[in-house]
Design a protein around this ligand. Structure first.
Ligand SMILES: Nc1nc2c(ncn2[C@@H]2O[C@H](COP(=O)(O)OP(=O)(O)OP(=O)(O)O)[C@@H](O)[C@H]2O)c(=O)[nH]1
Length: 352
């Protein structure tokens, strides 16, 4: 799966229709007044977020999108018809940038959200418009205004619902592979995650969420040493962070509590927004801990780490404990989604 999906398109709104200069010409009315109508407005071009789309691929082929011009005004007080707007449907997470000014026009974040890409030109004035008490037979009319035209870059930032945080080698890639459709590169040496791994986790046919690795978030990342900068942006809408901890480090000198604290300190320094997200602890590699020692090891970790939030004990390798984890994640993500959608639902208080 390609992480960033991009396309460049041209959009052109319609021009406004020209105003008309005309005079009433009727039998028995010798000096009919002006009756030239205004031109119609040109169609505008909009982007609209559609939750059923997940790629910009169509825009790599269909690159030019033009709305129609407004109709010209006519005599007999006829105003030109406005042209219809056109609406380009795009996936949620699309960022739209004006290529000429390099400024971001907007980002589609919620289903149904619309962003104006190019405004249709207003219609010109017909001579009807210029009639005054002193000039009863104006011949003026104005052409329609031109519609806006722009060259745009569309960039899809996949918005992960869940971000994975953890020291290199904690088992993040293995966990993503265990629970999702992603096939990240896994190696038993640190820093294998050079690209963010993304996976769709399907809990049931219509129930899924997106999980993403947060790569290279290592000590020093906040100063720019890590690889995470670019990608952390994509995690801004993440609803939950899973902090994956290697509970059975290969090197006995390594203390998982210290490691965990270091990562979280880094996160706080780098991105307070992400730091404030709900965070769950995922204690990994339990298959490496003898059965009889597990409970004590987990208890000791939680106590020394002073952790009060949710804890999951898993082995990403054997997949033990992964099912309860993904169901809990789904419930959390779905509840948060409802919370986002709910303000749209009107609630009428009962009549007194
Ligand atoms: N025994 C055991 N080994 C695991 C488990 N999860 C991961 N590993 C191993 O730990 C090593 C590192 O795992 P990765 O999934 O690559 O770790 P990561 O956190 O993605 O590491 P980076 O990509 O370097 O950030 C690999 O050799 C995995 O096979 C587990 O639950 N049990």
């Amino acid at each position: 799966m390609k992480f960033v999906d991009e396309a460049t398109i041209d959009v052109a709104a319609g021009n406004g229709g020209a105003g008309c200069a005309s005079f009433r010409r009727e039998k028995f009315i010798p000096f009919g007044g002006p009756d030239g109508g205004d031109g119609g407005k040109g169609g505008s071009v909009w982007a609209e977020a559609d939750r059923n789309l997940n790629t910009l691929i169509d825009y790599r082929y269909a690159r030019r999108h033009e709305a129609r011009n407004g109709e010209a005004g006519r005599g007999s007080d006829c105003f030109g018809a406005a042209a219809d707007d056109i609406v380009l449907r795009m996936p949620i997470g699309t960022v739209i940038t004006d290529l000429e000014t390099e400024s971001v026009i907007g980002e589609l974040l919620e289903p149904g959200q619309r962003i104006l890409l190019a405004k249709g030109g207003d219609g010109g004035f017909g001579n009807l418009h210029f009639k005054t008490s002193t000039n009863r037979a104006p011949r003026q009319k104005t052409p329609g205004w031109p519609g806006e035209a722009r060259k745009l870059r569309l960039e899809l930032r996949v918005l992960a619902d869940v971000g994975l945080l953890g020291q290199p080698n904690a088992g993040k890639s293995t966990l993503i592979t265990a629970i999702s459709n992603a096939k990240p590169k896994i190696a038993d040496y640190p820093f294998t995650t050079l690209h963010p791994n993304l996976g769709v986790v399907r809990v049931a046919p219509e129930k899924s969420f997106v999980v993403a690795d947060i790569p290279g978030l290592i000590e020093g990342a906040a100063e720019g040493a890590g690889l995470g900068h670019q990608f952390l942006r994509h995690l801004q809408r993440t609803r939950l962070l899973l902090h994956v901890v290697d509970l059975a480090p290969f090197d006995p000198e390594v203390d998982p509590v210290k490691e965990a604290k270091a990562i979280v300190a880094e996160l706080k320094k780098y991105d307070p927004g992400l730091y404030d997200k709900p965070r769950w602890l995922v204690l990994n590699k339990l298959d490496m801990v003898p059965q009889e020692e597990r409970a004590a090891r987990v208890k000791d970790f939680i106590k020394r780490y002073k952790w009060k939030g949710p804890v999951f004990e898993i082995s990403a390798l054997t997949r033990e404990g992964c099912q309860p984890l993904i169901h809990a994640i789904y419930d959390h993500v779905a509840a948060e989604q409802r919370a986002v959608v709910e303000p749209d639902v009107r609630f009428d208080p009962p009549a007194e």
